[in-house]
Ligand binder design. Sequence first.
Ligand code: ASP
Length: 372
Amino acid sequence: MTRTLNRREFVAVGAATLAGAAVAKPLLGQAPALFVPKGIRPVVIASANGNRFRNGGPVTCVERAFRMMTEGSDVLDSLVAGVNIVELDPEELSVGYGGYPNAEGVVQLDASCMHGPRKRAGAVAALEGVRTPSLVAQRVMEETDHHLLVGRGAQDFARSMGFKIEEDLNTPKSRQLWLEWKRRIDPDHWLDPKKRADAGFRAGLGMVAEGLIDREHFYGTINCSGVNTKGEICGVTTTSGLAWKIPGRVGDSPILGAGLYVEDRVGAAGSTGRGEANLYGLSSFLIVELLRQGRTPKDAGLEALRRIVANTLERRLRDPKGRPNFQVDFYILDAKGDYAGVSMFPSKFAVCTEKGAETLATSSLFPEWPTR
Ligand code: ASP
């Protein structure tokens, strides 16, 4: 899906390029050539599942994305090809095919993507029946004047773009765990909707506590961002969202500025974890703004986490020590290729550089997970 820039985009990119070049080095006497900043270390960063799942193939998400990007493919095309591995892998229960379904047993997927150099973005939310929502988000970016299509409209759009629409994206495992969750909540629906939602959330947390589902996957997503040697930055986030969510619930992943934000020549930030916290504070946008002001990826991410702590007042969302009782992770890179994975509680993230792919510990705001 690599394409050339149209004239309007070429002029916009050229102007931005010249502005950047003017700051870095006077262009007197030089033809306006593409500004290639020196010393950029290409990198792809992702949530930890980006260096775990292979869908039966030889490479992980970050390996595929880094390789394509450094061989000259468009950065966003490379990242989307990377996350497609995770979306299609039935073993990954928080993304794409086989993702945890909603409270009615239907897999509803969210995804967004941003193309830094072209200043374009696309997203889908509550999309049913398509295994690779990131590709549909990319088509929204390419083919429409819009940034977000949801629900039935997103599915109709996907169909019109030639995507296969499937009746059911559950795998036996995702269905079995959903049935277990159903068994644990009031089957007669006597509770009012709020109590029922709270009961559903608590039942899910109980299953996490019992080790039935991974605590990192009660919420679960893949975010993946990259910068190439030209300093071009893109990002993508794709998810099945909160496990057993109320049908129609949309988290941060498809919302620009919340679960993903990219500003070319500045940086990219994306998130996994409790989407509501990022929707409230538009955390990814905040992080990129802090990068613009000169903060390092790690500092910017920790600041966003502190804001989440300050905004978390409700008792049900706090542990006995008053800290949030939920996880949020950020995956951040800047235009030089510096990067950080930060999280509320200890966690992991994936990265691929010229040294190869690695899974590293995040810098966490708190040293230990809350005890319940
Ligand atoms: N952030 C996603 C959401 O809230 C879920 C996750 O990353 O775990 O939908």
